[in-house]
Write a protein that binds this ligand. Sequence first.
Ligand code: FMN
Length: 663
Amino acid sequence: MRIWEPIEIKGMRVKNRIGLAPMVNMPGGEGGYISDLTIRWFEERARGGAGLIMTGAVVVTPPTDEMLQQRAAAGMTKWVGVTDDKYIPGWTRLADVIHSYGASLGVQTVALGPQSGQAASPPPYPDETHPKVSAQSLRGAEVPVHVVTKEGIEKHINDTVAVARRMKAAGVDCFELHLAHGGANLYASWVSPMYNRREDEHGGSWENRLRFPIETIRRIREVVGPDYPILVRVDADELLGEWGITLDDTVSIIIPALEEAGVDCFDVSQGSIMHSPQGITIPLYYPRGCFIHHAEAVKRVTKRPVIGVGNIFDLDMAEKFLQEEKADMIFMARQLTCDPETPMKYFEGRTEDIRKCIGCIGGCGRPCTINYDIQDEPIPLTPAKEIKRVLVLGGGVAGMEAARVAALRGHTVTLMEKDGQLGGMVATLALNPLLSEFGNLVTYLTHQMRRLGVDVRVCKESTSTDVAELAPDVIIAATGSTATLPEITRGKPGVMTYRDACREPKAVGQKVVVWGFFGAELAISLAEQGKDVVLTGKSGEGSLGSDVSGPRRFWLLRKLTDMSFAREGPETMRVTNPRVLSNCDVVDIATDGVKVCDRNGAEKLLPYDTLIVAQRFGERQKNDSFFGELQGKAAEIHTIGDCAQVRGIREAIWTANEVARTI
Ligand SMILES: Cc1cc2nc3c(=O)[nH]c(=O)nc-3n(C[C@H](O)[C@H](O)[C@H](O)COP(=O)(O)O)c2cc1C
């Protein structure tokens, strides 16, 4: 198989073709020193089989006293430092650990860009797609931006070169210059026509805009010598149309120029953090491997090795891309975060044991939504001191995770689920094509039930007789939550809960009103299936995108509205199906339609065949009515997941572990 073949990058022999992609949210140490946590983070991924471990972006500019004070005030005393020789021993220690697994270590460096207050030219940056975020940081705050002077350019080059020298001296195997992702990055935004509108020799033509990074690469080469690998992460396409770098620009101008400057390998990414983050933190709505054509296009114009990345969660796909010569190596970020052992398990033929990422971007390691162990101080998973009979009630992801952990610890576990299938609410959500990646978690946990010999009984609502017969020592209630329909929908035709709409798609009519922004993704899917959809919801808590992570929210707002990331309204909508009515609540359901009222009191009548009530977490009720009956039936009774408190997937997994690791 190609993934296991070693690859040579300018004398660096990488043992296989899978690498950890840079992720900035790696754990740091006090004052910038590599800490035990930093070592553990990268070591786990090297032990798990990745051939190349790339760090997340580390900043090349030494922090000023003012920055250090600001960081300290914000409680950010830990980071990964590279700006002083005092950090070298820590990096050597890290490199030695990575090498002990036969893997190679690279460091990615970044010079902070417009989003952090320094730029080639001042804002506002034009943005045809979304004017309101153009001169702002992602969180909507105005950032005072200063334009980098010629002395500033020289200083950045010197800082970057100094880091390269230090990393080589420390025993790090390669150096990656971050030249992607626009607004977060000075070098990337410098090259981009979107952000650089200087009129001196650093602006205007491609040659001018590339002068700064190319000079940096030349000077790095002088210092690290001819045999040290220099990688560059490029922005194959800034995903900004003609405003930004296009794939054409990349293959015809940027790659040849960088190759000529001495770059040894291209790591091909896309997007700009301020304006097109969907290329970087890719929402789960995008298909697997959606950006590999960028690497493929770059590979056609260079003889240097090319790395492909983006929504590649399984190694079959990685292997296919390598065989098709779309890339020479594959980077994975989120998959190696949520299961560091992915390569090893694949190699050993244990693919069903791989915990596949669900693409939610709910923290990505700090913490990970679906893997409790990916955090600084998890409760250790140790063999149980006393083997107990454990009864888990409910086969959603909380129940299955608790059963998995309890069984791993040696307990004898029975799981009862009243439904015919496992997975609960998460399995239901996964029926929506936009959220199908959620199914990865259900598949993984279901397999673990079989593998660990959990006695799973589906279509089985437990009775007190069952409980008495099993005589459990521990009962873990994971019976989830239910959506109860609001009073005004009682007895009205065509009303469905979100769950039923997912489970019985054939029952959903042509004209659909989705009530509640929790249903935004469902509304989009239904519209894509050809239904006529209106999505209506209130402002404030529960507003559009408020219950999903930042990158997903950004995508939803971009897809549906002209609302900025940070603000709400006015209700200018980008699409007509689904039509979005912000600040509008349902006030009545009449025979001829759903009556909604906006915040000014104006009413609208929306004809409908189906009204889908999409309630947020807080509006769902926990299924805990039978708990009274359980009292006295076991020495220990615990509740986890939604039936403890209605929340999201992470809390379901977390509460399951907190209980199952301590019984
Ligand atoms: C939380 C997070 C942090 C990231 N940090 C960086 C970074 O420091 N430098 C960088 O070039 N890309 C960064 N990326 C992008 C990843 O390297 C990668 O290109 C992207 O996640 C797509 O790969 P994946 O689908 O395998 O996760 C980050 C992505 C995520 C989700």
